[in-house]
Ligand binder design. Structure first.
Ligand code: AMP
Ligand code: MG
Length: 427
């Protein structure tokens, strides 16, 4: 769907279609090598294969005695089996003796299983003897050996391109010798606020004197870029005049993406769209069927994607969440750029003022059973940034019906990675 709007842009798309439109026009950035200590949160640019088997040898999963299963079958505390201990093998050592009939090698966890043995009897099932050992149970016959290559086989693909590197992936990379994984470069994202009413927080005295407001979008959006895995590049605050705006926007040259806030609506001083075009850029999408945040623009300028967000602080953050974060992540090589939505139950009746997809700020409460309950953080005005600060998630209310009863199952988009957090460790 969607009509043609100004400058030939597709306009009034539904939220998912608008995001798909944007992501379809991106390609991931080029790759670089990073050390494992700075790899967390990065994304693999290519496939990773192992050159070695893991574990590299058949090894013991217990402290105990390496034996032949046939020797210990039938062992019990009443009828223990007595074996001769021929050597001790510590982790990091390799046994030199072959375990023969009636023999055992004392062995530590992780140590290579000696030739001849096919079982490791845990030490608790023995008398722990030194020269000879008595085995009192046969439950470990043919057990407690981790075979070579059980975890990783040589030349097998271990990770696909697009894998996000967290603690466990970094551990695996180290164990297969990848000290400098090849990852997608972090997108450098220029952030520009627009508006004659705005000052940086350093000029707070002008807020106190009643002349100006702080450009909170500068700070919230730069933090959101960082949280999305990008590297924010601050372009400061542009004035509401085309020449000054163009000058500020030029600072985005050489970055991988530019995000502007404000000035994309239909007000007398909303110049962002026309300035993008004057600089040789294009507008390919304008306005999305959502609230808050309808006047969203997307296109390109200086050969990089441009995302034009509305100026209202809540609208700016909600639209960055829905459109900006997936763009940053797609540029950064992620295969799953969106947050996973969860099912929630509404705590109160909701009435929509217009048939648009609404993103309402909610707190999630655990329910005794079933999905969490989503309670509105209070007034939902798009100017009220505190309503966003209090929220765990964005409740997605579809355009119809306009009246949603309490107890309705809807979807919500958690605003951080751990689904809003939980008071208990649910393990
Ligand atoms: P605009 O989209 O430029 O019409 O701005 C809409 C509203 O958001 C106005 O009340 C602006 O003062 C406010 N606003 C715009 N940019 C910012 C910003 N960077 N920080 C805080 N508020 C802003
Ligand atoms: Mg403005």
């Amino acid at each position: 769907m969607g009509d043609r709007g100004p400058q030939g842009a597709v306009t009034r798309l539904a939220v998912a279609d608008a995001s798909a439109h944007m992501l379809a026009r991106l390609t991931p950035l080029d790759a670089e090598r990073v050390s494992l200590s700075s790899a967390r949160g990065r994304v693999l640019a290519g496939e990773v294969r192992s050159t070695v088997a893991l574990p590299p040898w058949d090894n013991s999963s217990m402290d105990g005695f390496a034996v032949r299963a046939q020797d210990i079958r039938g062992a019990s505390s009443d009828r223990p089996v007595k074996l001769r201990v021929i050597e001790t093998i510590a982790a990091g050592e390799r046994g030199v003796r072959v375990v023969g009939a009636g023999e055992a090698s004392r062995i530590m966890t992780g140590a290579p299983v000696p030739e001849g043995a096919d079982s490791v009897v845990r030490v608790e099932d023995t008398d722990g003897g030194a020269a000879t050992v008595q085995v009192r149970d046969d439950r470990d016959a043919a057990r407690n050996i981790r075979p070579r290559g059980e975890d990783v086989m040589p030349w097998r693909a271990v990770f696909a391109p697009g894998t996000l590197l967290g603690p466990s992936q970094i551990g695996v990379l180290s164990s297969i010798g990848v000290a400098y994984p090849v990852v997608v470069r972090r997108p450098r994202v220029a952030v520009l606020a627009t508006g004659d009413e705005l000052v940086p927080v350093e000029q707070f005295a002008r807020v106190e004197s009643g002349e100006r407001i702080v450009s909170s979008n500068s700070y919230s959006l730069e933090a959101a870029v960082d949280a999305a895995g990008g590297e924010p590049v601050s372009l400061g605050i542009a004035p509401d005049d085309p020449r000054g705006l163009a000058e500020c926007l030029r600072g985005a040259e050489g970055c991988d993406m530019v995000v502007t806030s404000g000035g994309v609506s239909v007000g007398d001083f909303d110049y962002t769209r026309t300035v993008v075009e004057a600089l040789g850029g294009t507008l390919s999408l304008w306005r999305v069927r959502m609230r808050p945040g309808a006047p969203v623009g997307f296109g390109s300028v200086f050969g990089i994607p441009w995302l034009g967000l509305p100026g209202n602080p809540v609208s700016a953050l909600v639209t960055f969440e829905l459109f900006g974060r997936p763009i940053v992540r797609t540029l950064g090589g992620h295969r799953r750029p969106h947050r996973r939505a969860i099912e929630v139950v509404t705590a109160e009746p909701i009435r929509l003022a217009a048939p648009l997809t609404h993103f309402m700020r909610v707190v999630l409460e655990d329910a005794p059973s079933g999905p969490p309950v989503a309670r509105l953080t209070g007034a939902q005005s798009s100017g009220m940034l505190t309503s966003m600060g209090a929220a765990d998630a964005l409740l997605v209310v579809p355009p119809e019906p306009l009246d949603v009863a309490a107890g309705t199952v809807l979807r919500a988009i958690p605003l951080d990675g751990d689904l809003g957090g939980s008071e208990v460790l649910a393990v």
